[in-house]
Design a protein around this ligand. Sequence first.
Ligand SMILES: [Zn+2]
Length: 62
Amino acid sequence: MNSKELKTCCGGELPAKKVSTVYKNKKLYFCDTPCLDLFNKDPERFLGSTHFRLNFEQLEDA
Ligand SMILES: [Zn+2]
């Protein structure tokens, strides 16, 4: 376990029921299922959007 605080892709607190996926060997957490659906539709676009508030390279390795 590392001490890095886990945040959702939107920079918020993790919900009790975790919504996550693995992309390019990084673990991503989402604030909600619709948020994950949005990601799955077009991951690269999602990562470049204002909805994504984290630094992808600094995400936890999957
Ligand atoms: Zn979100």
